[in-house]
Design a protein around this ligand. Structure first.
Ligand SMILES: [Zn+2]
Ligand SMILES: [Zn+2]
Length: 187
């Protein structure tokens, strides 16, 4: 069975060198849907609590919210960083609080201090799905990702290969046989 959760990300980006309006800097509310597949954990009668999926995903995806997402070869990148530097906000600001954990994968690098994600490929809805899968595949049993942004939407299905041991009392993933939330120990 599947547990499904959806959340919104507000971001600015552009498609560098794309022959269309999207080559100009603009913003979106993107909507990401994550479908997680596993057996039903009998103790809680759930695949995975949806608020836990949100928590695990949001830890890293916060980096894309109220953020600027640019391709690594986009000349806007050094230009914007120069402005941030001059203004003294490149390495953070007291009001920049909702920061995700910095990450670096083959497809994207997050700089939470200046709310920037630098991508290897253009951040289309398809590109975002590749980035999200890379970031979360080891943490969640992802069966399907869907991302919509304006009139664009993309979806990709995956075959989860493993089953995650979950707490029979609260449903969260066990870490070395122990529930990080309630302390339950697997016998
Ligand atoms: Zn766009
Ligand atoms: Zn528990």
């Amino acid at each position: 069975m599947r547990s499904i959760t959806t959340f919104d990300l507000q971001y600015a980006h552009r498609f560098y060198r794309f022959q269309g309006e999207a080559q100009y800097l603009h913003g979106h509310t993107g909507r990401l849907t994550i479908e997680v597949e596993d057996s039903i954990e009998p103790g809680v009668n759930m695949v995975f609590p949806c608020n836990e999926i949100q928590k695990v995903a949001w830890d890293v995806l916060k980096n894309f919210d109220h953020a600027l997402i640019l391709r690594e070869d986009d000349p806007l990148l050094p230009a914007i960083l120069a402005v941030y530097e001059k203004q003294g906000i490149k390495n953070g600001a007291p009001s920049n609080k909702m920061k995700g954990a910095a990450f670096k994968t083959g497809l994207a690098t997050a700089y939470p201090d200046c709310r920037l994600v630098v991508t290897k490929e253009t951040m289309t809805v398809e590109g975002m799905i590749k980035i999200v899968y890379e970031l979360l595949k080891d943490k969640l049993n992802i069966a399907k990702l869907t991302f919509t942004s304006g009139v664009n939407a993309a979806t990709q299905e995956y075959t989860p290969v493993k089953s995650i041991d979950r707490c029979p009392l609260c449903g969260v993933a066990l870490v070395d046989g122990v529930c990080p939330k309630c302390g339950y120990r697997k016998k």
